[in-house]
Design a protein around this ligand. Structure first.
Ligand code: MG
Length: 384
């Protein structure tokens, strides 16, 4: 069996680099993309010139402005981001058929077995970077390793414009000096709890047995830490696009003429669709309404949102708007259905505004409860 080779591509200061590309007067300046100063919100990306001021992603915009009032503050340019993102994925598909975009500016590519076709990993990595630059005029960093974890850490190792290749026999040496924060699933909180126990680097983490890690951090986290410290991680790269849409529908026993019943049914269907989408990590820009009237007359109506979503109330609101503005809204309904489609890379744009971020977190918490106790706990009933 040939060696597994996973490549991770991460664009350098993506949103800021797009602005500097499209407006040469911004080259060499601290460019901060995210919320605008004076508003609530955070930095999403900033140029390398802004990082000199200590500005980084997820920093409150007010703090960024305090550090660098002379910076250029801009909101993310959605259309330009989507266009570049699309070009990057297309470019990578020209190199390997197995490409998995994980966000607007990141993707995994399975390049196992391409060595005979293209060349050794460094040739493949350089080719990817060069073709992305030709297609988008943007710079990227590439990491290649035996699995996703190592590839991702490698792409981060020499940013910007980096190319880092870690062969299987180099994994231990590569991981050893790294801080525990570099592990997947280790946030600020877990990092602190690891450090309280004297674990600052992966080298120290390696000295803990699996049993001990499980005893302290619980079953799932303990196991995950044990595996990661040894560089063991998934090497599966897969497309998320096999599913074209997610939809739910309900057929009434008798044709329904009561707007309140229809509304309630659509609310429940929208919640179902949203929950499924969140479980699968999908967000869609398209909302589709399906209506079957008496006599099996079936109609669909759809709309495109400015921002992709997987939130109950957004899906419901759009679905209900499609229904109530249609020519059929006074006719008896046999079947009503709602769905989302037109996937985009997992949304980052929407995460910048706080109300939505809260909604997304709340939705996630609700999903956990439903997964554990069933729908009835939230008073979600099956439509009748
Ligand atoms: Mg990036």
């Amino acid at each position: 069996m040939s060696e597994r080779l996973i490549m991770h591509i991460d664009m350098d200061a993506f949103f800021a680099a797009i602005e500097q590309r499209d407006d040469p007067s911004l080259v060499g300046k601290p460019v901060i993309i995210g919320a605008l100063p004076g508003k609530r919100g955070v930095v999403s990306t900033c140029s390398y010139e802004a990082r000199v001021f200590g500005i980084h992603s997820a920093m409150p915009i007010s703090e960024a402005f305090r550090r660098c009032p002379q910076g250029v503050y801009l909101k993310p340019n959605g259309p330009a981001i989507r266009e570049a993102s699309h070009l990057i994925v297309e470019t990578l598909r020209g190199i390997s058929p197995v490409v998995e975009p994980v966000s607007v500016d990141e993707a995994y590519v399975d390049i196992s077995g391409l060595e005979r076709l293209i060349g050794p990993p460094d040739v493949i990595g350089r080719l990817a970077k060069q073709r992305i630059r030709e297609a988008t005029r943007l710079s990227s960093s590439v990491g290649i390793g035996p699995n996703r974890l190592i590839a991702k850490l490698a792409s981060d190792a020499h940013k910007p414009d980096g190319l880092t290749i870690i062969r299987a026999d180099q994994v231990q040496a590569f991981l050893y000096p790294m801080p525990v924060e570099n592990m997947r699933g280790v946030g600020k909180h877990s990092a602190e709890s690891l450090k309280r126990r004297g674990i600052h680097t992966i080298a120290t983490l390696r000295t803990w047995s699996e049993e001990r890690l499980i005893a302290v951090f619980g079953d799932a986290s303990g196991r995950m830490l044990y595996r990661q410290a040894r560089g063991i991680w998934s090497d599966h790269v897969g497309e998320h696009e096999s599913r074209k849409s997610i939809s739910k529908e309900h057929t009434f026993n008798e044709d329904c003429c009561d707007p309140e019943t229809l509304r309630q049914t659509m609310l429940e269907l929208a919640a179902d669709v949203a929950r499924t989408a969140r479980r699968e990590g999908l967000t869609g820009r398209g909302i589709r309404l399906k209506l079957r009237l008496d006599g099996f007359e079936t109609h669909t109506r759809s709309t495109t949102l400015a921002h992709p979503t997987n939130l109950d109330d957004v899906i419901f609101k759009e679905g209900w708007r499609l229904y109530s503005t249609s020519a059929f809204c006074s006719r008896p309904v046999r079947l009503i259905g709602i769905g989302i489609f037109d996937w985009s890379a997992p949304v980052q744009l929407d995460l910048f505004d706080k109300p939505n971020e809260r909604k997304i977190r709340l939705a996630g918490a609700k999903d956990d409860i439903v997964a554990r106790f069933g729908k009835s706990i939230l008073g979600i009933k099956k439509a009748k």
